[in-house]
Design a binder for this molecule. Structure first.
Ligand code: T4K
Length: 370
């Protein structure tokens, strides 16, 4: 390719639509701390996503950290090693011991059949991730959590506007955490949110993200500063107008990839899941070294030489990083499917403005094996 093609490219709102918001912010000099655009975006996101309460954050990592604080999670939390490292770091920052559970091959999400065997008297919560926007097994997780009295925090960083049977998957568990980072389907440059159905919890989250202030003179807990500012909230309001169109464009890219990759032996991709309205946040493929004849890393390196910057999300597994590799649950024998998928997965470029000829070129390279 003549120009560099990255795994993603952020969509930006039309500058002329953003400018009036900037002029207003300049005029009012209200820059942050629960301003009017912040309040408006929280409401508009609730309406758009079909959820009850939304608390905006400066990023999803802080939202995960605050979410765990808000629920007073301690001890051990069962989670997945197949995620972005922020998922587990949020536990570490709260002094919580991560317990890694293997994943299932169909979705790359936590394997619900293996959760119960990892529960100990110290377990207080489950933190699954809707990887690539694929919904976790929501009903089974709810049942396990109810039986053992555990909290559930979904890392829904990839799951903006993913519905199951017409209902947002963000309605499950005690809370779901979204990321609005530049690389996500919906971006506010940096940003994130906690979604919950519980008004008491929403209140505590809002105190905690603002140093713990309940009012001018009352600090209810040792909070932090994790607020989204007015410029980002206003930017998000404009973004929201275009999001349906962008997800539709992503869908076209995904369908084209599937059509063009269909009969390549040794390469598989993920089909739509029954009753799920996807957001096409990523386009992961699995490369089977034996049947394809080349390894995932060989493909990754060759694409790079062609100016195509695919990514190996999520390799290495979090359980391989120095901070976590000595944990009892980090062994390869505990995580066989996660180990296998981390060696095979490659996320191909996908974003709303990705041109058809680029998708054709990428699949042609994969077909011809250079
Ligand atoms: N939980 C999960 C499951 C997550 O995936 C993430 C974040 C989080 C929690 C934490 O959310 P935040 O705290 O970030 O809100 C990226 C993102 O930085 C990260 O947000 C994301 N997951 C992760 C999967 O991907 P990198 O290190 O791969 O980003 P980077 O800078 O290499 O960007 C990828 C490509 O995107 C670049 O090659 C080019 C393109 N790009 C990137 C940026 C930043 C642009 O075209 N423009 C840009 O502004 O982590």
């Amino acid at each position: 390719m003549d120009k560099k093609i990255y795994v993603t490219q952020p969509s930006l709102p039309p500058l002329e639509e953003f400018a009036p918001y900037l002029e207003d912010i300049w005029k009012t000099k209200w820059l942050t701390n629960n301003g009017k655009y912040h309040q408006q975006l929280e409401q508009e996101l609730c309406d758009y996503l079909g959820v009850k309460y939304c608390s905006l954050f400066s990023n999803a990592t802080l939202a995960l950290i605050v979410g765990l604080q808000a629920l007073r999670v301690t001890g051990e939390v069962i989670t997945t090693p197949f995620s972005f490292v922020a998922t587990t770091h949020a536990l570490y920052w709260n002094g919580i011991k991560p317990v890694f559970c293997d994943i299932e091959a169909r979705t790359c999400n936590i394997n619900v059949d293996k959760i119960e065997s990892l529960i100990t008297p110290q377990t207080t919560a489950i933190m699954p991730v809707h990887v690539y926007g694929h919904p976790c097994n929501l009903d089974r997780i709810e049942k396990i959590a109810d039986t053992y009295g555990l909290d559930v925090l979904y890392d829904a960083a990839h799951a903006f506007k993913v519905d199951l049977s017409g209902k947002s998957i963000l309605n499950y568990g005690n809370m779901s955490i979204l990321s609005f980072h530049a690389t996500k389907v919906f971006n506010t440059i940096e940003g994130g949110a906690i979604i919950t159905n519980d008004i008491k919890l929403k209140k505590r989250i809002d105190f905690l993200k603002n140093f713990g202030f309940a009012d001018e003179v009352t600090v209810v807990a040792p909070g932090i500063n994790a607020k989204m500012n007015e410029l980002q909230a206003a930017y998000g309001l404009v973004q929201l107008k275009y999001i349906d169109e962008q997800i539709q464009n992503r869908r076209k890219v995904a369908l084209l990839y599937r059509e063009l990759l269909d009969d390549i032996i040794g390469i598989s991709y993920f089909e739509d899941i029954k009753n799920v309205t996807p957001n096409h946040s990523y386009f992961p493929i699995l490369i089977n070294h034996k049947t394809y004849g080349k390894s995932r890393d060989e493909v990754y390196e060759y694409l790079k030489l062609q100016n195509i910057y695919s990514r190996r999300y999520f390799y290495p597994l979090i359980s391989h990083f120095p901070t976590y590799r000595s944990l009892p649950s980090s062994t390869a024998s505990n995580l066989p499917i996660a180990e296998q998928i981390a060696e095979q997965v490659l996320c191909l470029p996908i974003y709303a403005s990705l041109e058809k000829q680029v998708v054709t070129k990428i699949t042609q390279i994969l077909r011809e094996k250079w």
